[in-house]
Design a protein around this ligand. Structure first.
Ligand SMILES: [Zn+2]
Length: 237
């Protein structure tokens, strides 16, 4: 069973994983939304209305506060897909995300391409992340998003068994790239975004270009304003 974004390049490294996910996304239109639905992978808001802001890879010592500040400035709620090992490094920030009214989802414990892991390693990684997130935030995640958006059968079955929605995204700003700017992120993220869009961003640079979160945080006001001008409001995914 292959997910929409699953790559054949099982030996791909972290950076390659992102590229594989990207090329798979380009080919995704050929696979179609029906297969995604069959596999239990979602990439739209549950209600099909508004748009959802999602942030992966945190919490991060500097990136998360910068993003939280930008969201508070716009009075907007978002979902943070947390990395267990980063929650352990920055527990107070994980708690702060929840205290500010945002939702948390589960990304992983260590940020690895699942295609390189055995089913047992996948389960151990997800178990660890779930335990850490629940312990530190007091919340049980109901949303799951695998690293690089690359799922495998073991992860999908686990998520389904625990009653989680596996949520990828419909739009990204490529904010992890060194060449990204606030303008390029906002333009890419909002191009074609409409009712039900799920937007992918990152509040951390541990698996991205150094300092990338600065551009992400700076892009947020422009993203929110652009979508508001289209009559779109941020909603929970
Ligand atoms: Zn990630």
């Amino acid at each position: 069973m292959r997910a929409r974004y699953v790559s054949d390049r099982a030996g791909a490294g972290a950076g390659d994983g992102r590229r594989s996910a990207e090329s798979a996304q380009r080919a995704g239109g050929l696979v179609g939304a029906a297969l995604c639905e069959c596999l239990g992978i979602e990439e739209r808001t549950a209600g099909g209305a508004g748009y959802a802001l999602t942030f992966d890879d945190g919490p991060h010592r500097e990136g998360t506060p910068a993003v939280l500040e930008a969201l508070a400035g716009a009075d907007v709620r978002a979902t943070f897909f947390l990395v267990g090992e980063q929650v352990l490094r920055n527990p107070s920030l994980a708690a702060e995300i929840v205290a500010a009214g945002h939702d948390v989802g589960l990304h992983c414990h260590r940020h690895r391409n699942l295609l390189r892991l055995t089913p047992r390693q996948v389960r151990e990684d997800i178990d660890r992340a779930q335990a850490v997130i629940e312990e530190v935030t007091g919340r049980s995640p109901a949303l799951y998003r695998p690293p690089y958006g690359v799922a495998n059968a073991a992860a999908l079955a686990l998520a389904r068994g625990r009653g989680w929605r596996t949520l990828l995204w419909s739009h990204w700003g490529r904010d992890w790239e060194a060449r990204a700017t606030p303008a390029s992120i906002a333009a890419l993220l909002t191009a074609g975004a409409g009712e039900g869009s799920v937007l992918l961003l990152h509040d951390a640079d541990d698996y991205s270009a150094p300092g990338s979160w600065r551009h992400t945080a700076a892009a947020l006001p422009r993203v929110i304003e652009t979508l508001a001008a289209r009559g779109l409001e941020p909603v929970a995914p």
